[in-house]
Design a protein around this ligand. Structure first.
Ligand code: FAD
Length: 309
């Protein structure tokens, strides 16, 4: 059995594995895809102390760092069930391949994925004008025109944030009205370079010379198609935590995020969680790493308090 079993191989899981292994305890790491979302990222400019890096390079560095330690890395494996500890004090994580891994503590860091619009051009221009994270990519659009898709809290927050950087923001909402909190909507309306279009369904992202050049939407009232010329599209229609396999096992928020306290403790004893899969606000690499480290230290603390003398 492991002392700490980490589920997830993104920044959160990698940090947890390094911190656990450095305590000299038996550490395992299961990941569907080592590197996580970082693998899908081009430029990274907010990984503090590294002014510029690229996703695949950072993913490789994460793996190298983990492999410096005695961590049993099980890559390309999917966890599909978790059973709380019984009398023997061991938690069981079952994998899609049928294996059952046992551990005294578990750190869940299964991350999340952005919901996409599924319209022509979105995948093609991902990272070349189509973006999902204003904190990450906002500055790349300085002096340009962008659209934000989605009028919930995250879409309106993104539009307010981007309005301070870009020349023009067009917020596009499918419904007849925005769904964001009134205080955010009021702030949005006070900005002179933001335009809001409601009852609009994005139908296509256009590109030229390998970059985004515009966007088409259908006016759901008149059924007419309109085209906007712009350089960037921020999709803000939801972040989906990879926690379906945990439903009914531990406490999840309304959005399916794993509920944790300030130490990364979940509702199950001995089970900790970190990163984008959790209720921790702001989904970022440095945050996932900090939270992963914290969860591993909490797991270690749990071990020294529960082990037989
Ligand atoms: P993830 O990186 O999502 O990793 C989750 C891990 O869990 C993966 O290894 C996955 O395969 C694994 N997993 C999931 N389910 C299972 C399962 N059932 N069994 C086993 N393994 C499982 N952040 C920044 O700070 N700066 C940026 O510039 C930046 N740019 C981004 C650009 C893009 C396009 C995207 C998508 C995200 C970007 N982010 C950026 C956000 C950042 O990537 C995430 O906040 C960070 O990767 C979260 O780390 P994590 O470890 O919590 O989860």
């Amino acid at each position: 059995a492991f002392d700490v079993l980490v589920v997830g191989g993104g920044p959160g899981g990698a940090a947890a594995a390094v911190y656990a292994a450095r305590k000299g305890i038996r550490t395992g790491l299961v990941a569907e895809r080592f590197g996580g979302q970082v693998l899908d990222t081009l430029a990274i400019e907010n990984f503090i102390s590294v002014p510029y890096t690229e996703g695949p390079k950072l993913a490789m560095a994460l793996e190298e760092h983990v492999k410096r330690y005695d961590v049993d890395v099980m890559n390309l494996q999917t966890a599909q069930g978790l059973t709380p500890a019984g009398d023997d004090g061991l938690i069981t994580v079952t994998l899609a391949n049928g294996a059952a891994l046992r551990s005294r503590t578990v750190v869940l860091a299964t991350g999340a994925r952005w919901r996409s619009m599924n319209v022509p051009g979105e995948q093609e221009y991902r990272g070349r004008g189509v973006a999902y994270c204003p904190h990450c990519d906002g500055p790349l659009f300085k002096g340009k025109r962008v659209a934000v898709i989605g009028g919930g809290n995250s879409g309106v927050e993104a539009a307010i944030d981007l309005a301070g950087i870009v020349t023009q923001v067009t917020l596009i909402e499918f419904d007849g009205q925005l769904r964001a909190d009134e205080v955010l909507q009021r702030k949005l309306r006070s900005l002179s370079n933001v335009r809001v279009i409601v009852s609009a369904q994005t139908t296509e992202v256009h590109g030229a010379q390998g970059k985004v050049s515009g966007l088409s939407y259908r006016d759901r009232g008149s059924d007419q198609i309109h085209r906007l010329e712009l350089e960037g599209v921020f999709v803000q229609i939801g972040l989906l935590p990879n926690t379906d396999w945990l439903k009914g096992t531990l406490a999840l928020s309304e959005r399916g995020e794993i509920e944790i306290d300030a130490r990364g403790q979940t509702s199950l004893p001995g089970v900790f969680a970190a990163g984008d899969a959790t209720t921790t606000p702001y989904k970022q690499i440095v945050i996932a790493m900090g939270e992963g480290s914290k969860a591993a230290l909490s797991a270690f603390d749990h071990l020294i308090r529960t082990s037989a003398p």
